[in-house]
Write a protein that binds this ligand. Structure first.
Ligand code: ZN
Length: 655
């Protein structure tokens, strides 16, 4: 591990203590081997004059809800040192009182709540205090003879703190342990099964002491031959097994969740370890991870339902053994080992899954390294239970707010790079769903920056490409609940007598056959989906055809009929299929200003009159169509199947 301190960057901060605190906090936060997703905390002590002209010492400490990689000055909570010094001297302090008195001691009521380690930061007599959960150090503390190893590596100037619960108890333990200690003689503090503290009056020195300690641990591991997992190359993906697991885990969760497969070579290598069940059954990397990952993952065999039943039974037994009046949390696993395939992360959004994947990637590496030192020793279950059910940890999760209507649900949209398809993707994401966006246009990859969208280049007339796209969707999200089958073309107008055979066939291929193929391929996954539903984007041309459009209208009529039959065939399995007939949607790529002006002129209308040439005299936009399509996939239309809904501002030929 190397220092990323940059003199010219630091110089720009002109010695401003809080800005320097932000700078080195970001340096720490940007290294995943030090902290991840809200882990760790930092502080700086600054003397300030208040409005009464009195000088006060203020501790600026990381506010909860902020992560070190992105924290800014306003992410630090300013707390009066005078209050912290009194708090730490109390014989005991409940969590509720700790939160209350820390908040009362703040000089800015709008700042975030101070970190749970605030009192500890306050008692360390240095300007800058840095705290991380460095992987390499925790690997050593969590292996046999961990304490002895740490003593050997760092010598007597490293203060070693036995594991105690974070918060007031930890601060109090260190307060009692350091009453006689000469702080100036210390290089830092290592907390068993937890992490590292460094401190100095200089921002750079405090930061670089951290880097040195972790670098020493990394070198020690290397010398001990603690290697990383050997990677195994990707093989076949069993998409149906993945979708089944996602359904079973969602059932346990009580609402649909995503299931993301990590089938990178190290993940497959780890899943293939002979003793994977044994080594993952001991506990997490650091106790604060437990609220994200639960204590242990599930290891799947061929019978995933049986494995889940056992996981729940074991979880309830663990709860029964340690609870002292707490309320039982849900029993669904947060991550899983799928031997020969990799590891899975479960959560209601891609963000949740990404956090779990990041944490467990480090956990897997750490467990494997500790095995080389003689075996991974996580904390006892009783300590882990205390952190899992600690109200101050659970509070971190409850900030998320009410989930959106389609949270955890997965959709496929075709023709997604423009027009109605693109609008549909956006509308689904706005409702909380994730979407596989398919299009033959390669822009589909770049036009959706959202994490909720997986852009896939796909020719819908190519069955192999469709199969591959569905597989990618299942690997990324876990299943398919909804389908907006939208891809289509409008072939050149031609009378039947002058029809070009190729144009005719191409219209049938894209406008009807591709939809049948896609639906056929999706059915096994829709059967495993939640409130599964399909919408076919058809056309006003079905109820009201026009001359010269045989290739288009015939194919669209076929698509409409396909939807009607699908509604009958799939209804018994709970899958709804509805059709929409949009007309005159002009905000799409094919309707350039030039084309619009020409068409309007042809009918002797202005462009505005042409666009609103319907009973309601209103313009129908692609977002109007998309919002209706998404509504038809949702609860409002939950008891409707086989319906055909026109969306055209009212058309006498259709009515
Ligand atoms: Zn910590």
């Amino acid at each position: 591990m190397k220092s990323n301190w940059n003199n010219s960057e630091a110089k720009k901060l002109k010695g401003d203590l809080l800005e320097l605190r932000v700078y080195t906090s970001n340096l720490l936060g940007n290294d995943e081997d030090l902290v991840m997703h809200g882990g760790g905390n930092t502080s700086v002590k600054i003397k300030e004059t208040n409005i009464f002209g009195e000088e006060e010492e203020i501790l600026y400490v990381k506010g909860s809800g902020w992560s070190l990689d992105t924290i800014k000055a306003e992410g630090f909570a300013p707390v009066k040192m005078s209050a912290l010094k009194k708090l730490v001297a109390l014989p005991e302090l409940s969590d509720i009182d700790m939160v209350k008195y820390q908040r009362m001691a703040m000089i800015n009521p709008n700042a975030p709540n101070p970190s749970v380690e605030t009192i500890l930061h306050g008692l360390i007599p240095y300007t800058f205090v840095d705290h991380t959960h460095a992987d390499a150090v925790v690997v050593i503390t969590n292996s046999p003879n961990g304490k002895k190893r740490i003593q050997e590596i760092y010598g007597k100037n490293m203060l070693i703190i036995p594991y105690v619960m974070p918060g007031f108890i930890l601060a109090k333990t260190i307060y009692d342990m350091t009453r006689e200690v000469d702080w100036d003689s210390l290089d830092g503090m290592i907390l068993m099964s937890h992490g590292v503290f460094t401190f100095d009056h200089d921002a750079k020195k405090a930061y670089e002491k951290m880097i040195d300690i972790v670098d020493t641990a990394e070198k020690y591991l290397k010398k001990q031959g603690a290697k990383e997992v050997k990677g195994v190359k990707k093989g076949q993906v069993d998409a149906l097994q993945l979708a089944t697991i996602r359904q079973q885990v969602s059932n346990l969760w009580g609402s649909p969740v995503l299931s993301k497969l990590d089938n990178s070579p190290p993940a497959i290598g780890f899943s293939n370890l002979k003793d994977v069940k044994k080594i993952t059954s001991r506990g997490p990397l650091t106790p604060d991870h437990i609220i994200r990952t639960k204590r242990i993952p599930i290891v799947f065999s061929k019978n995933s339902q049986k494995d889940l039943d056992k996981y729940v039974k074991d979880y309830k037994a663990y709860f029964k053994q340690y609870n002292q009046g707490e309320k039982l949390l849900d029993q669904a696993p947060r991550w899983a080992i799928l031997p020969n395939s990799g590891t899975l992360s479960f959560g209601p959004s891609p963000k949740h899954c990404a956090i779990i994947e990041d944490i467990t990637r480090h956990t897997k590496k750490a467990i494997h390294q500790a095995e080389h030192l003689g075996g991974w020793n996580a904390l006892p279950k009783s300590d882990l239970f205390e952190v899992e059910y600690w109200s101050l940890e659970q509070a971190k999760l409850s900030r998320a707010g009410k989930p959106k209507a389609m949270a955890g649900k997965i959709a496929i949209v075709t023709g997604a790079a423009s027009g109605i398809g693109k609008a549909s993707v956006e509308s689904l994401v706005a409702q909380g769903a994730v979407v596989a966006a398919l299009d033959i246009n390669k822009n589909v990859i770049s036009c959706f920056p959202q994490k909720e969208v997986l852009g896939i280049i796909c020719d819908v007339t190519n069955t192999k490409q469709l199969e591959k796209a569905i597989e990618q969707t299942i690997v990324q999200f876990g299943g398919v609940d909804m389908l907006i089958s939208n891809a289509g073309i409008f072939p050149k107008s031609a009378k039947i007598a002058e029809m070009d055979a190729k144009n005719w066939q191409r219209s049938l291929d894209i406008n009807v056959t591709s939809h049948q193929r896609l639906l056929q391929l999706c059915v096994p996954y829709l059967e495993l989906g939640f409130e599964p539903a399909v919408v076919f984007i058809v056309s006003k041309n079905v109820p009201a055809p026009g001359p010269g459009a045989a290739a288009y209208s015939v194919a669209k009529a076929g698509l409409n009929q396909l939807g009607r039959i699908a509604a009958m065939e799939l209804g018994g399995k709970g899958i709804r299929v509805n059709m929409m007939h949009p007309n005159a949607v002009y905000d799409t790529a094919i309707w350039t200003d030039e084309v619009l002006t020409a068409r309007a002129k042809h009918y002797g209308l202005t462009v505005e009159e042409y666009k609103t040439n319907n009973i309601l005299k209103t313009e129908v936009t692609s977002h109007d169509v998309a919002d209706l399509a998404v509504a038809m996939l949702g609860k409002t239309f939950g008891k409707i199947t086989g319906a055909q809904v026109p969306i055209d501002g009212g058309n006498e030929r259709v009515i």
